[in-house]
Write a protein that binds this ligand. Structure first.
Ligand code: RTP
Ligand code: MG
Length: 183
């Protein structure tokens, strides 16, 4: 018994050592991987048309990880900040009016290369020219009702995520299916 007790502190030390090593290894893997996050928002047309589940399904089935999700009524201020790059465009007012007109499902997804891949899954801006098989290609018929927004670059994704989500609203987790998705 005494001999076992003597060994416990040594075991604890060794457990800490291995857990630190694992943490360090995960950190290295994160730096070396293309792990990205992107901001997606199902616009009021997508929510009204009951397509939230279908859209979520596509990103889940692809293998991306959902790390943030909320249904919100977008304020004028948030809408104007989000669409700031389009401020001078003739469609700016219409865009802001539309995104503030009803609930929006805001999401953050994580995965290797998720920013560009999500844009492909979403399809071209105009649903009439978007490829069949994409969200806009399958469900839309007009540019002002194209169902979903997706960040267009890694840097844009970073600023959109911090605009739409508080840090504590995002959940980092390890899907247990990861070994079946990544080599
Ligand atoms: P999003 O930002 O919504 O993901 O769409 P996107 O990158 O494919 O297109 P973007 O050029 O950023 O335009 C933002 C949204 O503005 C509307 N739009 N209307 N009437 C027009 O010519 C026009 N052009 C763009 C679309 O709803 C587009 O999603
Ligand atoms: Mg855009």
């Amino acid at each position: 018994m005494g001999a076992i007790a003597k060994k416990i502190p040594a075991l604890e030390l060794s457990a800490n050592f291995w857990s630190n090593l694992r943490f360090g290894w995960q950190l290295l893997e994160f730096w070396e991987s293309n792990l990205e996050r992107t901001f997606l928002a199902i616009k009021p047309d997508g929510v009204q048309r009951g397509l939230v589940g279908e859209i979520l399904r596509r990103f889940e089935a692809k293998g991306f990880t959902l790390v943030g999700l909320k249904l919100i009524n977008v304020s004028q201020e948030l809408a104007e900040k989000h669409y700031d790059v389009h401020r001078e465009k003739p469609f700016f007012k219409g865009l802001v009016d539309f995104i503030t007109s009803g609930p929006v499902a805001a999401m953050v997804w994580e995965g290797d290369g998720v920013v560009a891949s999500a844009r492909k899954i979403i399809g071209a801006t105009n649903p009439l020219t978007a490829e069949p098989g994409t969200i806009r290609g399958d469900y839309g018929v007009s540019i002002g009702r194209n169902l979903i927004h997706g960040s267009d670059a890694v840097e844009t994704a970073r600023s959109e995520i911090s605009l739409w989500f508080k840090e504590e609203e995002l959940v980092s987790w390890q899907p247990t299916i990861k070994p079946w998705l990544y080599e």
